[in-house]
Design a protein around this ligand. Structure first.
Ligand code: A2P
Length: 347
């Protein structure tokens, strides 16, 4: 990786934005220039990067001039407005929002699964939904060996998925609860401390599924390039600060055993087995926080399926890292490694 790239981060001050900076620094992404972009509120703030302070600029239509790769995590409406502007200015956009994910002309990429899809981009590449990434990184190697026909997922999603303000609301409301003070929630729709609630996205009255649940279905089909896979998800927000957990039940085409699943996952990229029944030690968001791998455990035969084709498991993954910033940086790395980043930039 001898080439250097001019990089912009839209939403640099947000929960995911901060992680972009960390990932780029830790992974030694080849950067010749770094532009940090946020709202007017953050203009002039500084953020540390590689031993120096980088000044945050206000995001404008000219923010992407002379930029090679732009990471976006400032919300869907910002992506919709500024993503095409950045792409037109010649940057490759790696967008963390849901704005373009289901656009047939936009690749939806998890480097462990479909890195080659990134080559097909027209200026924008979408980073999948966090719950989708965390579920399907471990499911893909199983799917390749014994096609998965059906997935039932129940999520336990952290505050981080709703941004820095939601994380602060969880901290503040917990403090208030313990000190017996009143607290008015303003970021999330329900009291969060010592509570949980159905994911805070809109329900489709036609299906009864909320947007997060629908994303898990449609995005998995697109990434696996398998329109027939059947998925039903129940997405729940739990009072965990960071890292999502999920209970997954999969039904494969042919019988499969827990030992086979363990064998497959023991060498799978991006996956770490945490499966110790003796110590009752399994994936926890506390352990998943701050690390790039998806933790997988509680691997067992689904006793409700006598055919032997179904497996249950429990996973936990850092929503801000593999579920967002890390996956996006890995997409850019995959493009650099394959020589696609420079050639894709039409300048
Ligand atoms: P700011 O910190 O200046 O508000 P999170 O996902 O944690 O809520 O973070 C959202 C990110 O998107 C922040 O960096 C935030 O910047 C940025 N952002 C929000 N609204 C705008 C906007 N209108 N223009 C540019 N950046 C925005």
């Amino acid at each position: 990786m001898s080439e250097q790239y001019r990089v912009a981060i839209a939403g640099a001050t947000g929960a995911v934005g901060v992680e972009f900076l960390e990932c780029l620094e830790k992974r030694d992404f080849p950067i010749s220039e770094l532009r940090l972009l946020a709202s007017a509120r953050s203009k002039g703030k500084t953020m540390p990067f590689r031993g120096r302070d980088v000044v945050v600029e206000e995001l404008t239509e000219h923010s992407f001039d002379n930029i090679d790769v732009a990471f976006f995590s400032a919300g869907g409406s910002i992506s919709k407005k500024f993503g095409p502007i950045a792409a037109k200015a010649g940057a490759v956009v790696v967008d963390n929002s849901s704005a373009f994910r289901m656009d047939p002309s936009v690749p939806l990429v998890i480097p462990e699964i479909n890195p080659e899809a990134a080559a097909q981009h027209h200026g924008i590449i979408a980073n999948p939904n966090c719950s989708t990434i965390i579920a399907i990184v471990p499911l893909w190697p199983i799917h390749k060996k014994n096609r998965i026909r059906r997935i039932i997922a129940s999520t336990y999603q952290a505050a981080s998925g709703a941004g820095a303000a939601a994380m602060e609301e969880l901290r503040e409301s917990t403090r208030a609860h313990l000190e017996n003070r009143d607290f008015q929630n303003t970021v999330l729709p329900h009291p969060y401390a010592f509570n949980l609630f159905s994911h805070n996205s809109k329900i489709d009255p036609a299906t009864g599924y909320n947007e997060e649940e629908t994303k898990m279905s449609v995005e998995t089909r697109k990434i696996f390039n398998d329109p027939d896979i059947r998925i039903s998800a129940t997405c729940v927000r739990v009072p965990v600060l960071r890292a999502h957990s999920e209970a997954l039940t999969i039904e494969c085409e042919r019988p499969i055993t827990p030992a086979e699943v363990r064998q497959i996952l023991s060498t799978a990229p991006g996956v770490k087995l945490v499966d110790d029944p003796e110590k009752n030690y399994f994936p926890m968001p506390k352990d998943a926080s701050g690390q790039g791998d998806v933790l997988v455990g509680r691997i067992r035969q689904d006793s409700s399926d006598p055919s032997g084709k179904s497996i249950c498991m429990f996973v936990a993954g850092d929503q801000l890292l593999k579920g967002a910033a890390l996956n996006a940086v890995q997409i850019a790395e995959a493009m650099v490694e394959r020589g696609w980043l420079k050639s894709a930039v039409a300048k």
